[in-house]
Design a protein around this ligand. Structure first.
Ligand code: GTP
Length: 302
């Protein structure tokens, strides 16, 4: 019997900050344009997401209206904050009432420290698309403020928006920390990349297409091919769009091959919960060979 890891993930933040939108975008594959139709979350909406075969995320989307927050922090305090693996707290970059947001946030941190002292905390500075001036400066300032307000708690801050790949990047990084054998996966992928003479190999989760792990590449391949820093998230988005179009014409999406002058790309199922993408710049390597390699490697990744 394989071991299953369950992790409770609290998704918190003021009403309207965008929690349900990001959940629907990442876990239900809804396009960003549909999020404006979502109603306010009443109390807590619980979802189980089987992420990889042996990792189940128990996602608690906590409605952010004051009356709900007051109740989480009083009589529901121990229920909400116990057994938490990760708390993701969402702040709007241009919040109408940051002072109030911080009062609630700090109370949540206190509760978390008491009931789940081992939990990891991630802060999302969300709706970055609404910043009209210098986005980097705005994010840096917000990050400094939030680090200060968090006191001795270790927190990781990401700037996010549902309209670009930043949300993917943040969630991929968060989920990566939850994968029990992440380091082993990375090692296997690196070996696999070498066997394929690949520039890079990326492993995606099947339903969300979040990046689970990547091969560690040689500095040389990065230099020579000038890999973009947002390539993973952009690929996730592209494939999700492709899957979406495929489902509209009632076709199921299975695999993809591209042979371009500069490089070859093969995307295929690796295990029942993952897809692998192999990027090869060596023109001698054929896609058929890569597909055989995938078949041979499958067992290692189950
Ligand atoms: P409660 O359920 O009341 O706690 O709110 P919530 O945090 O779940 O907010 P919700 O996801 O319902 O989003 C509120 C509004 O913010 C929606 O109209 C979304 O379209 C919008 N929104 C979400 N993310 C973004 C973003 O990145 N940028 C912009 N501009 N709007 C966003």
């Amino acid at each position: 019997e394989e071991e299953v890891f369950r992790t409770k993930v609290l998704l918190m933040g003021a009403s309207g900050s965008g929690k349900t939108s990001m959940r629907s975008l990442i876990f239900s594959n809804n396009p960003a344009s549909l999020t404006s139709r979502l109603g306010a979350t009443i109390d807590v909406e619980q979802n189980h997401v089987r992420f990889l075969g042996d990792l189940i995320l128990n996602l608690w989307d906590c409605g952010g209206q004051d009356s709900f927050m007051d109740s989480y922090l009083s009589h529901q305090r121990s229920t909400i904050f116990q057994h938490v693996g990760v708390m993701i707290y969402v702040f709007e970059v241009e919040s109408r009432d940051m002072a109030k947001d911080l009062v609630y946030y700090k109370d949540c941190l206190d509760a978390l420290k008491k009931y789940s002292p081992e939990a990891n905390v991630f802060l999302l500075v969300h709706k970055m698309d609404l910043v009209t001036g210098n986005k980097t400066a705005a994010l840096e300032k917000k990050e400094r403020d939030l680090q200060y307000e968090s006191g001795d708690m270790d927190v990781t801050v990401f700037g996010t928006s549902i309209y670009d790949e930043s949300l993917y990047k943040a969630w991929s990084r968060i989920v990566h920390t939850l994968i029990p054998n992440a380091a082993v996966l990375t090692r296997h992928l690196t070996t696999f990349a070498e066997a394929c003479s690949a520039t890079e190999v990326i492993l995606f989760e099947r339903t969300t297409f979040l990046v689970i792990a990547t091969s560690t590449q040689t500095p040389q391949s990065a230099d020579v091919h000038q890999l973009s820093t947002t390539r993973y998230e952009r690929t996730s988005e592209l494939i999700k769009a492709l899957k979406h179009s495929a489902s509209r014409v009632r076709e199921e999406f299975h695999a993809l091959e591209m042979e371009l002058p500069e490089y070859t790309a093969v995307l295929d199922e690796m295990t029942k919960n993952t897809y692998v993408l192999i990027i090869v710049h060596d023109p001698v390597i054929e896609t058929a060979a890569l597909k055989i390699n995938i078949r041979l490697a499958r067992r290692k990744f189950e």
